[in-house]
Design a protein around this ligand. Structure first.
Ligand code: SF4
Ligand code: SF4
Length: 401
C-alpha cells in the first residue's frame, strides 16, 4: 500500500512503525471474511481493511471524526485478521497507534470518559477490585441478572502446595483472577507440583498492564510494565524456567513487553529478557510427561480458544491436543476462530455487539451437548458463563485429580 504520511509524523517512532505496517498491506481483503465485527455489521469500515484505510487517512492528515472513533472502538483487537493475512500485516500494533491518535483528536461524552477512568482505576487494582467483589457477592441475590452474571459466587479453594523442587517457575496471578476464580492458579500450582515444578509467586498485586494499554492510558500502563519488570527480574536471576500466566491475555501482554518498551533506553533490554521468559501455562505443560496425573477424563469437552491464545500467541490447537492426550473427548466447535466478545473491557464498552458475539459462541460451543465448556482466559470464562447454564471452566481444572 502506498502511503503519503507527513515527515513530522514519520520522524516519530509510532509514525515510522505505522508507515512500515501500512506498506506491508496489499489491500487484498482476505482478512475481512474472518473479522467478527464485519461478519456482524457488514460494513467495510467495521472490518480490518476498512480500519487500516481509516488509520492511513488519519496519519496522512485526513479528517478524524466520531465516526472514525466508532469504527475503531468496535474493533475487538482479536487479531483474527492477523491469522488470516497472507502478508503478515501487524494489524494489532497499527490499531494500537491508530486508536491512541483518535483518542487525542476526538473527545468523548462525559459518561464515557468517567466509565473509562473508573475501569482504569478499579480493574488493575487487585485490593480495590477484590473489595468490590466481596461487596457484590453480599448483594448478589438482589442484583439484576445482568450484574449478577458478572459476579461469580465465592468458592472454597485449596491451599497452594508448599513442596520445594529444583525446577521453578514464576506464576503471575494478575489483577481480577485471584478474586473471581482463585481456583485456577491453585490448580496450576498443584499440577506443576505433581510434575516436579515449584511455583513461585511475587506476593504482590501485579496487573500485567493490559487494561491501561487497551484503554489508552499509555503512560500509566508503561509505568506498570516497568514496575513489573523490576519485580520479576530477580526471579529470572534466581533461575526460574518461565514467567507463567494461566490467563492467555496476560501471557500475551507479557510477551508484548519487549515491543512496548523497545524505544526505552533503560528498559528495552530488560523487557526483552522478560518477554523471552514469558509463557502461557499450556506451553509449559505441553512438553511434560503428564502420565503422573491420575485423571478421570471421561467428560465431553467443548473448548473455546481465546483470541489471545490462538491469534495473539499463535498457540492454536495446543490446549485441545493436551486435553485429548490425557483422555478427554473434544467436541468440534464451528467458527472456533471467532472472538466470544469478551476482549478485556469490550463487554462493558460495547455491550450489544459483545452479547451478540457471545450468544453465537455459546450456540456453537453447546451444539454437540458437551458436559463442560473449557477455556484459557478468565475474561472469556465469565463472559461465556453469563450466557449458558453449562459449566465453564479453565482447562487446567480438568487436569486436577
Ligand atoms: S489480508 Fe493482510 S494484506 Fe490483505 S487487506 Fe487484510 S491486512 Fe491487508
Ligand atoms: S482485530 Fe478482530 S475485530 Fe479488529 S479488525 Fe481484526 S479481526 Fe476485526
Amino acid at each position: 500500500m502506498q502511503t503519503n504520511i507527513p515527515q513530522s509524523i514519520l520522524d516519530t517512532p509510532e509514525g515510522k512503525e505505522a508507515n512500515d505496517i501500512l506498506r506491508s498491506c496489499v489491500h487484498c481483503g482476505f482478512c475481512t471474511a474472518t473479522c467478527p465485527t464485519y461478519q456482524e455489521l457488514g460494513d467495510e469500515l467495521d472490518g480490518p481493511r476498512g480500519r487500516i484505510y481509516l488509520i492511513k487517512d488519519m496519519l496522512e492528515g485526513g479528517e478524524v471524526t466520531t465516526t472514525t472513533q466508532q469504527h475503531l472502538d468496535r474493533c475487538l483487537t482479536c487479531r483474527a485478521c492477523e491469522s488470516t493475512c497472507p502478508s503478515g500485516v501487524e494489524y494489532a500494533h497499527l490499531a494500537e497507534i491508530g486508536k491512541a491518535m483518535v483518542e487525542e483528536k476526538v473527545g468523548r461524552p462525559l459518561g464515557q470518559r468517567l466509565l473509562r477512568k473508573a475501569l482504569v482505576k478499579v480493574l488493575p487494582n487487585r485490593a480495590l477490585f477484590s473489595a468490590l467483589m466481596t461487596v457484590g457477592r453480599v448483594f448478589r441475590p438482589v442484583l439484576p441478572q445482568v450484574l449478577k452474571a458478572k459476579i461469580p459466587k465465592g468458592k472454597k479453594v485449596a491451599a497452594y502446595p508448599n513442596k520445594e523442587h529444583l525446577r521453578k517457575v514464576l506464576l503471575i496471578e494478575g489483577c481480577v483472577q485471584p478474586s473471581m476464580s482463585p481456583e485456577i492458579d491453585v490448580a496450576a500450582a498443584h499440577v506443576l507440583d505433581k510434575l516436579g515444578i515449584q511455583t513461585l509467586r511475587t506476593g504482590q498485586a501485579q496487573c500485567c498492564g493490559a487494561v491501561e494499554n487497551h484503554l489508552h492510558a499509555k503512560e500509566a500502563g508503561l509505568q506498570r510494565v516497568r514496575a513489573n519488570i523490576d519485580a520479576w527480574l530477580p526471579f529470572v536471576e534466581l533461575g526460574v524456567e518461565a514467567i507463567l500466566s494461566s490467563a492467555s491475555a496476560c501471557a500475551l501482554e507479557i510477551k508484548e513487553y519487549a515491543h512496548l518498551l523497545k524505544n526505552d533506553p533503560e528498559y528495552a533490554e530488560k523487557a526483552k529478557i522478560i518477554s523471552e521468559k514469558a509463557k502461557d501455562l499450556v506451553e509449559v505443560l505441553a512438553v511434560e510427561d503428564l502420565s503422573a496425573l491420575k485423571l478421570d477424563a471421561t467428560k465431553r469437552i467443548a473448548f473455546h480458544a481465546p483470541c489471545t491464545l490462538q491469534h495473539g500467541q499463535k498457540l492454536s490447537g495446543s490446549v485441545e491436543a493436551l486435553l485429548q492426550q490425557v483422555g478427554y473427548d473434544l467436541s468440534p466447535v464451528m467458527d472456533a476462530h471467532l472472538c466470544c466478545g469478551s476482549s478485556g473491557t469490550y463487554s462493558i464498552l460495547q455491550p450489544k455487539l459483545s452479547e451478540t458475539l457471545r450468544d453465537n459462541k455459546v450456540q456453537h460451543l453447546t451444539a454437540r451437548q458437551p458436559d463442560i465448556i473449557a477455556t484459557a482466559n478468565i475474561g472469556c470464562l465469565h463472559h461465556i458463563q453469563a450466557g449458558t447454564d453449562k459449566p465453564v471452566q479453565h482447562w487446567i481444572n480438568l487436569l486436577e485429580d
